[in-house]
Design a protein around this ligand. Structure first.
Ligand code: ZN
Length: 100
């Protein structure tokens, strides 16, 4: 059986906090944020890479909500996930300029 592809993202940074990304097969789809006591994001590695990356963004938004005490609902996080992913995808000039 061919090996599944895995996202190349190994960590995300939120402010000064480095959050490692762990990949493994999970019982429930699609990922989890472990919480402030042990900041790790775990991603179900049996999904397409695009879905893995969207899930990393989704779980990072949960982390931001926790870290800054924003109390975003699941609906808030899903809305931000979809709109931020589209914003980055549709505006490469802006994000390239922000990287300078
Ligand atoms: Zn969620």
């Amino acid at each position: 059986m061919a090996a599944r592809k895995r996202s190349t993202v190994s960590e995300v940074f939120v402010g000064l906090t480095e959050i490692p990304i762990h990949y493994r097969e999970m019982d429930e789809c699609c990922g989890s944020w472990n919480g402030l006591h042990d900041p790790v994001i775990t991603i179900h590695d049996k999904m397409p890479v695009l879905q893995q990356n969207l899930t990393i963004l989704h779980e990072t938004l949960h982390a931001i909500s926790d870290m800054y005490n924003l109390e975003w609902s699941e609906r808030d996080v899903r809305t931000l996930e979809q709109t931020l992913a589209a914003l980055v995808h549709d505006n490469p000039a802006l994000f390239k300029a922000l990287m300078k």
